[in-house]
Design a protein around this ligand. Structure first.
Ligand code: PGA
Length: 252
């Protein structure tokens, strides 16, 4: 099945207002028909960047959200707040959230539920640590992250889900998983969804790869059968690199 590719830039805690503004001024002038482009700036720049890209096809998304709607959760942002500024998609479960901010599968499943309840879309991230790779239990780790994170959803809610496989040892390290490792895991994930939710859902599900995607490796990664695009960290901060990666997806 042909699935339209997605390239999503995750700026993490980078890019102040001026830098974001300069980048997006250039980005708003380019358009690609064959690829869905998404950009996740910091919370402070979401509103402004979203207005700048209002008339473009690029979607501005959030890097994170809390599972409660409102309340005494200092420093947090809810689905309701995101929707109120027209942000309809959030990344959930990025490995930095899991690792640095101790977000467990249980917390992440609550975030997923909250996003779905608010009809938001989710880029749900999973990925094993280097030690899991070395101990050969990476399939189990991914299976647990996926089943505990999103298996409580109903079949018809999967249309709101994009998965991102990001091996932790490849994020920001310059080490990319090799093509065999990437395809093997993406196939495993699609098969897992197929076994639990059927082939219609698994065939439509988009699974992105993330972890040191750069202009020089994007094309071969995007070419893999079960890879539907990429979640880009470091290279999304450099305009020419990001555009070149988007082009690689657009050409397929
Ligand atoms: P990276 O980050 O491209 O810098 O490895 C990917 C990510 O964290 O999504």
């Amino acid at each position: 099945m042909k699935r339209k590719k997605i390239v999503a830039g995750n700026w993490k805690m980078n890019m102040n207002m001026k830098e974001s503004n300069d980048f997006v001024s250039k980005l708003s002038k380019v358009s690609f028909d064959n690829v869905d482009v998404k950009l996740a700036p910091s919370f402070t720049n979401l509103y402004h960047i979203n207005s700048m890209l209002d008339s473009s096809k690029i979607e501005v998304i959030s890097q994170n959200m809390h599972y409660e709607q409102r309340g005494a959760y200092t420093g947090e942002i809810s689905a309701e707040m995101l929707l109120s500024i027209n942000i309809k998609t959030s990344i959930i479960g990025h490995s930095e959230r899991r690792k640095l901010f101790k977000e467990s599968n249980k917390i992440l499943s609550k975030k997923v539920s909250s996003a779905i309840k608010n009809s938001m879309n989710i880029v749900f991230c999973v990925g094993e640590e280097l030690v899991d790779r070395k101990n050969n239990n990476y399939f189990d780790v991914i299976k647990t992250q996926i089943s505990e994170g999103i298996f409580h959803l109903k079949s018809n809610e999967f249309k709101n889900i994009i998965l991102a496989y990001e091996p932790v040892w490849a994020i920001g390290t310059g080490i990319t998983a090799n093509l065999h490792q990437i395809q093997e895991m993406h196939e495993f994930i699609r098969d897992l969804i197929n076994k639990n939710f059927g082939s219609d859902i698994s065939n439509k599900l988009k699974i992105l790869y993330g972890g040191s995607i750069k202009p020089n490796n994007a094309k071969e990664i995007f070419f893999l059968k079960d890879v539907d695009g990429g979640l880009i960290g470091g290279a999304s901060l450099i305009f020419s690199d990001f555009i070149s990666i988007v082009k690689s997806a657009n050409e397929q």
